[in-house]
Design a protein around this ligand. Structure first.
Ligand code: DQA
Length: 150
């Protein structure tokens, strides 16, 4: 089974309580559970990793290369707008990735409009809430040539 790695960055462990008007009321566990089941229905094994620490996110991407991960779906959260280290790790890994944001970062503060990752991503999904992860899994499954589920 091809392996997908879902990465969530800082403060996304607080989903459900964190600014529900912006990020919704579902918890990260709830979202990951649903996305994992969706991936399985498409014949993909999805592993999840969340961290509030930039270095841990970099190390996890490096590990993904050694594990033969086929695709990464990542919501880098605030590190989107600051992290050259995460960009370099993703470039070094050579693993295709999709950037996801729950909120529409283009309709918020101007500092959220710049991403250090978007120009090297296969694609970017913003503003669809938790459905964005599901859309990203669908896109990854299609890129990997997985047959569509019924
Ligand atoms: C976010 C958007 C970021 O700007 C913010 O720092 C986050 C969450 C989103 O999913 O909308 O933590 O990545």
């Amino acid at each position: 089974m091809p392996q997908l790695l879902l990465i969530n960055g800082p403060n996304l462990n607080l989903l459900g309580n964190r600014e529900p008007g912006v990020y919704g009321s579902r918890t990260l566990d709830d979202i990951v559970d649903e996305v994992q089941r969706h991936a399985a229905s498409l014949g993909l094994d999805l592993v999840h990793f969340q961290s509030n620490h930039e270095g841990e996110l970099v190390t996890r991407v490096q590990q993904a290369s050694r594990e033969g991960v086929s695709y990464i779906v990542i919501n880098p959260a605030a590190y989107t707008h600051t992290s050259i280290a995460l960009r370099d790790a993703l470039l070094a890994s050579d693993i295709p990735f999709i950037e996801v944001h729950l909120s529409n970062i283009h309709a918020r503060e101007s500092f959220r409009r710049h991403s250090y990752l978007s120009d090297i991503a296969s694609g970017v999904i913003v503003g669809f809430g938790p459905s964005g992860y599901r859309l990203a899994i669908d896109a990854a499954a299609s890129a990997l040539g997985m047959p569509r589920s019924t």
